[in-house]
Design a protein around this ligand. Structure first.
Ligand SMILES: Cc1cc2nc3c(=O)[nH]c(=O)nc-3n(C[C@H](O)[C@H](O)[C@H](O)COP(=O)(O)OP(=O)(O)OC[C@H]3O[C@@H](n4cnc5c(N)ncnc54)[C@H](O)[C@@H]3O)c2cc1C
Length: 401
């Protein structure tokens, strides 16, 4: 077999290119990316060291070349001809493929209020550079959207002594992915640090130096950043006739409705055992889906079943969530010296866990919680709540049972 082509040189696309080689694939691997840089990590964009945005490359040019990966950067794939197994590039070239991976990621959701064009996005290195090169000590930034990216940006800006207003339509920030205990703690920490929240508020419009809320309040700001979430980049897939919904639909093998085309990362909505499709937006998900897709492109038949995991850094606090905590789950708190861990049970079974503590201090506990979830245990809630009960010992007895 020859000719693997990957569209999108983000976390998923780049990881898939290397994973193809690690799986022993010796034919050609071509990675096509719109952005004009080496593939880079997005998470550090909202966690700049010393307030400086640095590009952290996923790999070097030498590593790409040593792995025999042909990296075409600053070029978009514009059209897929699924019947002929080829795709058109923005520079007029055509590439043919035996297997194609769509790793097109996601793009910022656009505001629709008057003056929306004044708001800066926050997704790419160019976006981060535009924001951080314009902010000035003593200035004020209005962040629209109190999700993870908006709140991480707020923390970084407060560290640079920049005034921050966060406008959020929901009654509290971080409502979507973060369990209530930890979203409340993070909100309180932001308030202590001087972030002004405007919650339960829609936008009337964005002016040259202020944002006007639906209730008429004027929030002054030198810069407005839109952080209202992303939408999966499905355009090229849809135009090629592939099945799409909230993402490019795949089966459990990460195959799209065309068996020669796979999808992974923020753009992919993967079939679930109980029906329906789920799309995740996280670094870890992009990497693990990329590996499964690459293996299957190279001839394996692996189903994707990794437990979701993500982290977020705000001030000196590190949040980690594994599994998908839901409002209906029973929550059990385990206080720890370095922070708090919460476990989530569904009908007695451990299905998720989350922790908030200093820096990366809860990483070991979260990893053990993930292994306990994978073991499919119905733990005694008293054991989960008791910090004296060792999670490793629980795992050992669960495995023995
Ligand atoms: C500021 C920021 C901070 C984050 N922090 C965290 C964090 O702390 N923890 C966490 O778990 N996750 C975090 N994430 C999310 C994580 O970075 C993403 O989930 C991950 O990058 C998704 O990788 P991906 O490869 O699927 O998509 P992307 O990273 O979006 O890459 C897709 C690439 O495909 C390119 N592309 C699209 N269409 C085409 C085309 N037609 N032709 C060629 N190229 C194309 C795009 O230009 C893009 O470069 C963060 C994201 C951002 C933006």
């Amino acid at each position: 077999m020859s000719g693997m082509v990957i569209i999108g040189a983000g976390e998923a696309g780049t990881r898939a290119a290397f994973a193809l080689r690690e799986a022993g694939f010796t034919g050609s691997v071509t990675l096509v990316g719109t952005e004009p840089h080496l593939p880079y990590e997005r998470p550090p964009l909202s966690k700049p060291l010393d307030g400086l945005v640095r590009m952290k490359a996923i790999c070097s040019a030498e590593a790409l070349s040593a792995a025999g990966i042909d990296y075409l950067y600053g070029i978009s794939a514009t059209q897929i001809d699924a019947a002929r197994h080829n795709l058109l590039l923005g520079d007029g070239r055509t590439l043919s493929y035996d297997r194609l991976l769509l790793a097109t990621g996601a793009r910022p959701r656009r505001l629709t209020c008057p003056g929306a064009e004044r708001a800066l996005d926050f997704r790419t290195f160019a976006d981060a550079d535009a924001i951080f090169s314009r902010v000035m000590t003593g200035g004020t930034v209005v962040i629209i959207g109190g999700g993870l990216i908006g709140m991480e940006l707020a923390a970084v800006l407060r560290g640079k002594d920049i005034g921050v207003h966060v406008i959020e339509m929901a009654p509290k920030p971080l409502g979507r992915a973060v369990p209530p205990r930890f979203s409340a703690r993070l909100q309180a920490r932001h308030e202590e640090e001087g972030v002004h929240f405007h919650l339960g508020q829609g936008l009337a419009g964005i002016g040259p130096d202020s944002v006007v809320l639906a209730d008429g309040t004027v929030v002054p700001g030198d810069i407005v950043v839109s952080a209202i979430g992303v939408v999966p980049d499905i355009g090229i897939a849809e135009a090629a006739g592939l099945s799409v919904g909230n993402g490019i639909l795949t089966d459990a093998y990460l195959r799209t409705s065309d068996p020669h085309i796979f999808a992974a990362g923020d753009c992919a909505a993967v079939a679930q055992p109980g029906g329906g499709h789920i799309r995740f937006e996280s670094w870890c998900n992009a990497r693990s889906q990329a590996e499964t897709a690459a293996h299957n492109m190279a001839g394996a038949a692996e189903t994707f079943g990794a437990i979701p995991w993500f982290w977020s850094d705000q001030y000196d606090l590190g949040l980690q969530v594994t599994g998908l905590p839901q409002p209906g789950h029973r929550s059990i708190l385990r206080p720890l010296a370095q922070g708090e861990l919460e476990f989530y049970l569904e009908d007695g079974r451990l299905v998720a866990a989350a922790g908030l503590g200093a820096g990366n201090s809860l990483a070991k506990e979260i990893k053990l919680a993930e292994m306990l979830i994978a073991a499919g245990i119905n733990p005694d809630p008293a054991d989960l709540a008791d910090p004296a009960v060792n999670l490793k010992a629980l795992l050992k007895s669960a495995r023995a049972a």
